[in-house]
Design a protein around this ligand. Sequence first.
Ligand code: OMD
Ligand code: FE2
Length: 445
Amino acid sequence: MATLKYISGFGNECASEDPRCPNALPEGQNNPQVCPYNLYAEQLSGSAFTCPRSTNKRSWLYRILPSVSHKPFESIDEGHVTHNWDEVDPDPNQLRWKPFEIPKASQKKVDFVNGLHTLCGAGDIRSNNGLAIHIFLCNTSMGDRCFYNSDGDFLIVPQKGKLLIYTEFGKMLLQPNEICVIQRGMRFSIDVFEETRGYILEVYGVHFELPDLGPIGANGLANPRDFLIPVAWYEDRRVPGGYTVINKYQGKLFAAKQDTSPFNVVAWHGNYTPYKYNLENFMVINAVAFDHADPSIFTVLTAKSLRPGVAIADFVIFPPRWGVADKTFRPPYYHRNCMSEFMGLIKGHYEAKEGGFLPGGGSLHSTMTPHGPDADCFDKASKAKLVPERIADGTMAFMFESSLSMAVTKWGLKTSNSLDENYYKCWEPLKSHFTPNSRNPAGPN
Ligand SMILES: O=C(O)Cc1cc(O)ccc1O
Ligand SMILES: [Fe+2]
């Protein structure tokens, strides 16, 4: 595969032309009477027309045929995609899943769309407020099928296998430890090369932003220049009656046939694009004296709600770094949180658990559900010599943290067959160390 090119930057106004058609972008206007190369002009709006400039998002696509050139959409089987948050009764327990099983290609060919499984979520698509967490488990490329989501944005976290993503804006190659965001309405098709697995955070009605940095200053965490946007690429490919456009609309799946590839955008400009980011580029900031900083310090992207400081969902990572805090229990503290915490593991081993939380699995600690280090981790970290130490080398855990109280789907609790019934046992060995008559000299003064 030839190396793909990208434009660097987050949320910028960009312009891109497929080099086969120089000057395909109209000059000085968006809607010429006749576009260069006789292309059609089409606007893709990612915000209300009247949003303030800081949040206004749209792109202009110059394409061989407009997206409207398709037969009517018809309802198709949704498989395991759902937005029904009442499928099963609520369960406040700590939940953990073993690695979700990927179907074998020799048994059943499953592409990215057929392989979507909704695990949990909350909120309402029709009022543009909420989120869903999906797991994708697939082994086959989408071929002449593409997908677009009318309901929200997808933040895709591949865990096993590369994804070659064709989008209307160009191509992106995504490896595990990279993430991408494909925003509402953008058509894409995914090629895979092996049995492939990953996680998706879908947010309804809002877009991901970089978190404010406050006293951190102008640099740090995920730096804007490390976000990569594809460059224009088109194919002028006829597939009479044979190309299928799949749409998730109000939580249901629909399909429409068309005669041509939808990846027919010769040039585009705008600030509403897909993008990818390599998690290795995250500039980690953390405690260098004592105590454990809250995980918000690791926020890569946030999808804000209307309440200040409260996210529909944050995407947070736990990257490799140095642990140097003195007189400190270094792993995550025991806690209860008004937010819901879904965690996944891309590779390695998570610092709060000695066992049981595996790459390709997950955990959900719901609103106010207590959790924290397992007993082995507590034991080790309470006795550890506090020398500078590499934490999480070769590891990448992440969290989708939401202010909404999430429901788990039937697939998540039952059909996936991945729920770890023994999760609670990892805290059972915790015992009282209380010594009323002797104060631990290591404690605070
Ligand atoms: O529960 C978890 O493992 C995630 C987490 C990590 C951390 O360092 C502090 C709080 C928190 O919720
Ligand atoms: Fe937590």
